[in-house]
Design a protein around this ligand. Sequence first.
Ligand SMILES: C[S@@+](CC[C@H](N)C(=O)[O-])C[C@H]1O[C@@H](n2cnc3c(N)ncnc32)[C@H](O)[C@@H]1O
Length: 251
Amino acid sequence: MDTWKFYHITHREHVVCNPTSEEKLTRLVELLRLPTNTQVVDIACGKGEFLMRLTDTYGAHGIGVDISPFFIADAERRLKARASTAGITFTRMNGVDFKPDEPHSLDLASCIGASWVFGGHANTLEALLSMVKPGGWVIVGEPYWQQEPSGDYLEASGCQREDFGSHFSNAEAGEPRGAELVHTIVSSKDDWDRYEGLQWFATAEYARTHPDDPDLAEMVDRVSKARAAYLRWGRDTLGWAIYMFRSRSVA
Ligand SMILES: C[S@@+](CC[C@H](N)C(=O)[O-])C[C@H]1O[C@@H](n2cnc3c(N)ncnc32)[C@H](O)[C@@H]1O
């Protein structure tokens, strides 16, 4: 089935499409303390919640980029319902192709939960650092191994051991690239359970209300295998954090 349709349906109940709770997202936004007229980009923006909160809180101007037509349509619909919509646009494109008008011109660049766009965590940091001003924010959300993944879990989840690092290596990856780690926002098991569990809920609801969808059997099968892998291994194996870096200088 179409990849983006799959994620659209499994994430119908989510506003934040990663294992960060809405309360922790609020904490992240508060800590940024952005000046007015700030310019930001959110790569792989999903439904645009982070970007919209930056605008609600600081009047930030910016772009949200995502490859999914469903998420971009959702983000645009949600933006229209917001009190202030000035200064935000959502664009459907491959995030790797996004370039600001000038290098080192933005106040914040983020990629939360999609480091594969740039080929991994380190490359994501380098790409985002090339977009921000000295002192600008680089915000990335990334999984990490809480313990060595078993071969069975890797096989069941389709992940590779080298896809992710440890929490320590994710955090340390900024320093050699000219980025200072200033904070981490780490998800709890409860946050993970909500993120994963809402996918099961959304799929069950969809199955109940769209029994004739020809993609249903494949979708239900994928979600039930992912649920089993999460409950059996993933819940104790994979962690998630948002890493807040500040660019030290022009790289
Ligand atoms: C785990 S979700 C995170 C969404 C959002 N950042 C959030 O935290 O709510 C991953 C996002 O990456 C997007 N995505 C996947 N590949 C992409 C690409 N090559 N370029 C841009 N976006 C991409 C998906 O459509 C999805 O919205």
